[in-house]
Design a protein around this ligand. Structure first.
Ligand code: NAD
Ligand code: TYD
Length: 348
């Protein structure tokens, strides 16, 4: 039995992870620490709220004293750190919050764990969830990122995540903190905040609004269904070697424009409108410093830990489109906060 501190558990991947973990590890205790920024939503966790082995705590990972109190009171032996500012476009509009949460916040968690586990850390684990974006951008024919690819972050978001990865590495080498790091490709699935490409396209199409595509639409991302990311984290927690880094990805590269076409066709099939959704596509000014291509080589986690993704992209997208169709109220509510002012700043 473990007691997990899941940070950022009210966000997209964190809430999917909590559902996944409680379903597959019903004897473990999960403490969800989340500041509830624009991206955090407790509604994602309504169906687990009643469980005796789940508890939500509102708080900021940067507040080290508060976090240390949680370690002491809850006897936490496992940290899974999802809490972050996660949206590249927001990092371009305002980088400070990214350095604060992603760098300072990770430092604060590492220090709280180090203090709490200073007596005996033999059964403790600190898993830091990171991104493939720390490796920079690939040319079309470059090999995919491995765990040995040098870091070359290009956006304020990826630079702040890269910094946090370096801190985690240093806490292992210097203090012997039992850390693990995962670098994952782009996720999609239920509960993703509709500022990211896939839910934004689905909801704009449903509302008959323009579908904005940056630049020529030929940027490439490697997409993984969120539940496959959760099972990858589980494999690393259960079988990973301390101090090691594991890349997690779907081996599933797509041009943005092709994904948008796939979503449009899926929507036309599931909920036909007057016009084909593709008519709503608009090519707009490119994102500054827009990374051209990401691709993940997940050979290490597959070979060493026996992990593999279960979801096929076309099925995963259909499932995701269906989820957004069935959860229009959720979409309405998450877009009622500062969503509109961000949207105007970014797209008008
Ligand atoms: P998200 O933006 O949906 O959720 C982030 C969560 O962190 C929110 O619930 C927010 O309230 C919380 N949070 C933010 N600042 C906080 C703070 N200071 N203290 C406590 N909580 C805070 O993000 P996501 O897409 O779920 O990503 C989760 C993690 O996975 C991030 O670390 C991200 O870098 C990483 N990641 C994401 C992807 C992806 O495609 N989304 C891919 C690879 C890695
Ligand atoms: P995003 O979901 O923001 O993830 P990331 O930038 O972290 O990979 O974007 C995915 C891709 O979609 C990326 O190449 C940028 C592009 N994109 C658009 O073309 N239009 C949009 O409105 C958004 C949000 C993203």
């Amino acid at each position: 039995m473990r007691t997990l501190l899941v940070t950022g558990g009210a966000g997209f991947i964190g809430s999917n992870f909590i559902h996944y973990w409680l379903k597959n590890h019903p004897l473990d205790k999960v403490i969800n620490l989340d500041a509830l920024t624009y991206a955090g939503n407790l509604e994602n966790l309504e169906t687990v709220e009643h469980l005796a082995n789940y508890r939500f705590v509102r708080g900021d990972i940067c507040d080290q004293e508060f976090v240390s109190g949680l370690f002491d009171n809850e006897h936490i032996d496992t940290v899974v750190n999802f809490a972050a500012e996660s949206h590249v476009d927001r990092s371009i509009l305002g980088p400070e919050a990214f350095v604060q949460t992603n760098v300072q916040g990770t430092l604060s968690l590492l220090e709280a764990a180090r203090k709490a586990w200073s007596g005996d850390s033999s059964s403790c684990l600190f898993l830091h969830v990171s991104t493939d974006e720390v490796y920079g951008s690939l040319e079309p024919d470059d090999p995919a990122f491995t765990e040995l690819t040098p870091y070359a972050p290009n956006s304020p978001y990826s630079a702040s995540k890269a910094s946090s990865d370096h801190l985690v590495r240093a806490w292992f080498h210097t203090y012997g903190l039992p850390v693990l790091t995962t670098n994952c490709s782009n996720n999609y699935g239920p509960y993703q905040f509709p500022e990211k490409l896939i839910p934004l396209v689905i909801l704009n199409a449903l509302d008959g609004k323009p579908i904005p595509i940056y630049g020529d639409g030929l940027n490439v991302r490697d997409w993984l269904y969120v539940e496959d990311h959760c099972s990858g984290i589980e494999a690393v927690l259960e079988k990973g070697e301390q101090g090691q880094v594991y890349n997690i990805g779907g081996g599933n590269e797509w041009h943005n424009i092709d994904i948008v076409h796939l979503i449009c066709d899926s929507l036309d099939e599931l909920q036909p409108g007057d016009l084909p959704c593709r008519e709503l596509i608009r090519f707009i000014k490119d994102r500054p410093g827009h990374d051209r291509r990401y691709a993940i080589d997940s050979g290490k986690i597959r070979r060493q830990l026996g992990w593999k993704p279960e979801y096929n992209f076309r099925t995963g997208i259909k499932h995701t489109v269906q989820w957004y169709l069935e959860n229009r109220d959720w979409c309405q509510r998450v877009r009622s906060g500062d969503y509109h002012s961000y949207y105007r700043k970014q797209y008008d």
